[in-house]
Design a binder for this molecule. Structure first.
Ligand SMILES: Cc1cc2nc3c(=O)[nH]c(=O)nc-3n(C[C@H](O)[C@H](O)[C@H](O)COP(=O)(O)O)c2cc1C
Length: 445
């Protein structure tokens, strides 16, 4: 029987995707310690989550107002530690949980990313994944020594080359290349370790990769592009996909379109799981959950929404009045997340204002939170899953570790009872737990 995938949406920072999460009375404040990440990992593992993944961005959302004072004072996603280090801490405190980290194809070098991820995958026994992002804004460009953020579609063209290099690196060592036979003196088969000669439009590399294959071959590739260009990229490369479908009907349509696109690349669509974001707020009773939700909503501040919009769309929202419409030129110039901008324009049907952006995107607030008892939440997740609006869920926290603890304690047993969610891990590696076989060298060509 088909079963759902469960992914924890993790941050190596002071809050969840909701900037307000740190203000929650139950939120832990030791987010700079290994113990914090290990606890969250252990909770997810107790709930048989296939994976947790760390999101990332290479800057604070301080484009807003042109300086960091306001976001620092309000804690609007201002701490962003290295997600790979947090992944390792979590990995050493867990045994079965797959763990992903985000890394940018626009600001890193492919050899470096390939080596870091392959090493991490070895260190945690074949449980690593890479969330491939092309990054979104000038803040990231400035931190990384560039003047401006690259244009949207060109980022994905560069990312295609990046992927070819990374996968060539990971394919460099054949599965049985490493021998380490002291008697014969043979360390590795020279005919099974391959050199790469790559000259692209954006990137080049010439050399031989330095890390052997891992127990799962190489890390699992995750992608979450949602613009037209982003989806083409995702259908080509992703082994697991993250999406943010807004309602079940739209989800069903997009899910089908996306699976067809995967098949169009000659890949098996059943192997690539599509996981949509869900914000569960669960209580012992529906009333308790509604009270919890009221508290969560009360923690939001307008600076959260405005600075996070500025970050995502690469435009300083403080330069506009609340009810002032954006000009064509301003909308065109937003080089961040195009899918977000396009959706607001489509919903509003005229040039949107700042208030329209806040209302439609609900940036900094929950999106379609599922609020209720374990039964209410399981009903909704099961419906999305069985009607094929998704294959699984990226569980996003309203605060940590509370969201994950509540979900694992109350919702997971209900899903397991219904037979739609695993009671035990299927294997030791992330690929085994996602139903992906060992990757063949060159699968992506
Ligand atoms: C669950 C999920 C997680 C994401 N994590 C990140 C992230 O860590 N960093 C990032 O820059 N973008 C992240 N994104 C955004 C996507 O990578 C992508 O930029 C966004 O969906 C807009 O798509 P587009 O660039 O194709 O327009 C995430 C999206 C989703 C749905």
């Amino acid at each position: 029987m088909r079963q759902m995938t469960m992914v924890g949406f993790l941050q190596a920072q002071n809050c969840t995707t909701l900037a307000s999460a740190w203000r929650h009375p139950d939120a832990r404040t030791d987010f700079t310690t290994a113990a914090y990440y290990q606890h969250i990992g252990q909770v997810l593992e107790a709930g048989k989550f296939q994976m947790g993944f760390f999101d990332d961005r290479l800057a604070m959302p301080d484009l807003y107002g042109g300086n960091p004072a306001e976001v620092v004072a309000n804690g609007v996603r201002v701490v962003k530690m290295d997600p790979f280090a947090c992944l390792m801490a979590m990995g050493f405190g867990t045994k079965y949980l797959g763990i992903g980290s985000t890394a940018s194809t626009t600001y890193y070098e492919p050899f470096d990313v390939a080596r870091r991820l392959q090493t991490v995958d070895l260190m945690i026994g074949g449980r690593a994944a890479w969330n491939v992002v092309t990054s979104v804004n000038d803040g990231e460009a400035h931190n990384m020594g560039r003047d401006v953020h690259m244009e949207h579609d060109a980022r994905y063209d560069r990312a295609d080359e990046f992927m070819e290099i990374v996968l060539n690196c990971w394919d460099s060592w054949e599965d049985d290349a490493l021998v380490v036979d002291k008697k014969s003196g043979l360390f590795a088969h020279p005919d099974k370790v391959h050199r790469q000669e790559y000259d692209g439009k954006y990137l080049k590399t010439h050399g031989t990769f330095t890390v052997p294959r891992s127990p799962q071959g190489h890390p699992v590739v995750i992608q979450a592009g949602s613009s037209p260009r982003g989806k083409i990229f995702s259908a080509r490369w992703a082994e697991t996909v993250f999406v943010a479908y807004h309602d079940i009907e739209e989800g069903k349509r997009q899910y089908k379109e996306f699976k067809d696109a995967i098949a169009g690349h000659g890949r098996d669509p059943d192997k690539v799981t599509v996981n949509t974001i869900a914000y569960p707020v669960v209580g012992e009773t529906r009333t308790e959950a509604e009270d919890k939700m009221a508290l969560i909503e009360s923690l939001y501040k307008e600076v959260d929404g405005l600075s996070l919009l500025s970050e995502a769309l690469n435009f300083d929202f403080k330069t506009k009045g609340m009810d002032e419409a954006f000009s064509e030129q301003e909308l065109e110039g937003m080089s961040g997340m195009h899918a977000m901008r396009n959706r607001v324009m489509q919903v509003i049907g005229r040039n949107p204002t700042v208030r329209d952006f806040l209302n439609v995107t609900r940036r900094g607030r929950t999106h379609n939170a599922v609020v209720g008892s374990a039964k209410d939440i399981a009903d909704q997740l099961e419906q999305w899953f069985t009607e094929r609006a998704c294959d699984g869920f990226v569980i996003a926290g309203t605060h940590t570790p509370g969201t994950f603890e509540d979900f694992v304690r109350l919702v997971v047993p209900e899903l397991q009872r219904r037979g739609v969610y695993q009671k035990e891990y299927k294997g030791a590696t992330l690929r085994e737990n996602l139903g992906l076989g060992l990757p063949e060298r060159g699968w992506w060509k």
